[in-house]
Write a protein that binds this ligand. Structure first.
Ligand code: NDP
Length: 479
């Protein structure tokens, strides 16, 4: 499969003439090639976007909305095609792609297609001074959207949909590891009547294509989701150019379990919050803290439930765990098992690569549970972003809260308790942008989404995303 850039509504080979191999994680075989676009490719995408901006920014919100809703319908219509492509490209189980990734990509377009018709700005009247102030929210111009490989189309559309809904034109880059569904989206946009140049997709490495987007002098805003180190490097480049930045970065989220919780719901959800998508979700609860009185019971039950998960081909409907995304990522996960052993933790379950029959070169890894001897260790402080969780007991609320907060990240946190006072206390004091009480990853697209500390800057979701993708201008009239 040869993937091409999508510029000005057409599929074009890269001017760089450079290509990158695309691997199938389920068997380690190269099954396609994608452009490694350079500055000229990004410039062509920018020019198309800048040209389109002249009309798209003046197109009514109703018309923009209609096109976004049409894109959403078409993703739904072709959901099997998208789900199969996503599962093959990323290694995630087909069931997950079908029930989460692709429906959510369609929802992103539907949500922002509707939201833009309800978006509003402020007006402040002062009748005694005979003055009225009102605020315009104008699209920024050409914006850059850069997304990661873990939830490829889901996170790509999470940025693109609000950007174009708000009247901007976009130069976007999906992760080079998972480019296929973004490529398929181009055709859907054409079919839905999105004018050429409103969305431009350039493929390639972060260090070349991504960097060319970030350094482009006229791409005025960057919405980025990815690792914390990459986010820091983007911020360093973009800040002196006075670009607007939204950074959704890494996490090392605590999952705090009290004895007074609804045990069955907690344990079933904890299996998901630990290992869904092979643990490659920024919101996964990778540090599990359990109240000591139920620690041994939890340990036994959790191990039994995780043991029952089926590791297998992503295309097999019965697989619970597919392949991790790439060989590099598999090696990173294996390195953390070596670190865990060196730190003298106990590996309660897993810790090894899995050979799936006839696919021995695939990137499969056992769901792994590590009993750590302290929160102050690399296993608990560094983001592994794979099917690896740590567990440890705690004795008091204060101890649990301190360990939960004692990490450089602050994306999300989950607390399991039926004690209202305790849940309110933890909600107030946990250092994270998103808190779940007695649930995990229950999303409402109207809510603000983002992290604190090294997990990011800014919020996306709902009107927050539309605010990010618009510039405010205040007008004061004396009458
Ligand atoms: P990376 O930071 O490696 O990459 C993210 C994207 O940025 C990719 O498209 C990448 O391209 C690109 N990129 C890399 N270097 C640069 C650069 N210098 N300039 C511009 N773009 C660049 O993250 P991963 O793809 O490995 O994704 C995993 C990370 O994403 C984890 O840390 C995870 O926690 C985080 N994440 C955060 C979420 C959140 O909402 N907070 C949600 C999901 C994931 P390429 O792939 O070609 O290198």
């Amino acid at each position: 499969m040869e993937i091409r850039n999508y510029i000005n509504g057409a599929f074009t080979p890269p001017q760089s003439k450079l290509w990158i191999d695309n691997y199938n994680p389920s068997n380690g075989v190269i099954y396609g090639k994608i452009p490694n676009s350079n500055q000229s490719d990004v410039e062509a995408a920018y020019q198309a976007a800048a040209q389109s901006f002249k009309t798209w920014s003046k197109t009514s919100a109703e018309k923009r909305s209609k096109i976004l809703l049409k894109i959403s319908d078409l993703i739904e219509k072709h959901s099997s095609l998208f789900a199969e492509a996503e599962s093959k490209d990323n290694g995630k189980p087909i069931t997950l792609a079908k029930t989460v990734d692709i429906p959510r990509a369609a929802s992103n377009f539907r949500f922002f297609g509707n939201a833009i018709t309800q978006f509003y700005s402020e007006s402040h009247s002062n009748t005694s001074a005979q003055v009225i102030n009102y605020t315009l929210r104008q699209p920024i111009g050409v914006v850059g959207c850069i997304s990661p490989w873990n939830l490829p189309l889901y996170l790509f559309t999470w940025k693109i949909a609000p950007a174009i809904a708000a009247g901007n034109c976009v130069v976007a880059k999906p992760s080079e590891v998972t480019p296929v569904t973004a490529y398929l989206l181009g055709d859907i946009c054409n079919k839905a009547g999105l004018p050429p140049g409103v969305l431009n997709i350039v493929h390639g490495l972060g260090s070349t294509t991504g960097q060319a987007i970030v350094t482009h002098p006229n791409i005025k805003a960057i919405s980025f989701t990815g690792g914390t180190a990459t986010g820091a490097s983007i911020a360093k480049t973009a800040a002196p150019m006075f670009k607007k930045l939204s950074l959704e970065l890494g996490g090392k989220n605590p999952n705090i379990i009290f004895a007074d919780c609804d045990y069955q719901t907690m344990i079933n959800t904890t299996v998901k919050s630990s290992f869904a998508n092979q643990g490659q979700i920024c919101l996964c609860g990778s540090r599990i803290f359990v109240e000591r009185s139920i620690y041994n019971k939890f340990k036994t039950d959790f191990i039994a439930k995780v043991k029952a998960l089926k590791i297998g081909l992503p295309s097999d409907k019965t697989s619970n765990i597919g392949a991790v995304v790439s060989k590099t990522h598999l090696i990173k996960i294996q390195d953390y098992i070596i670190i865990a052993k060196a730190e003298k933790h106990t590996i309660l379950l897993g810790g090894n690569k899995v050979n799936v029959k006839n696919n021995e070169d695939g990137y499969y890894f056992e769901p792994t549970i590590i009993e750590v001897n302290s929160n102050d260790c690399r296993i608990n402080q560094e983001e592994i972003f794979g099917p690896v969780v740590s567990i440890m007991p705690f004795d008091t609320d204060e101890e649990a809260l301190n360990m939960a907060n004692d990490v450089k990240y602050g994306l999300s946190a989950t607390v399991w308790t039926n004690n209202l006072k305790r849940s309110m206390y933890f909600s107030e004091h946990l250092q994270a942008g998103i808190i779940w009480i007695n649930t995990w990853m229950t999303r409402d697209l109207r809510t603000p989404f983002g992290g604190v500390k090294a997990s990011g800057v800014g919020r996306e979701g709902g009107f927050e995303a539309l605010r990010f993708f618009t510039e405010q201008k205040n007008i004061c009239i004396k009458y």
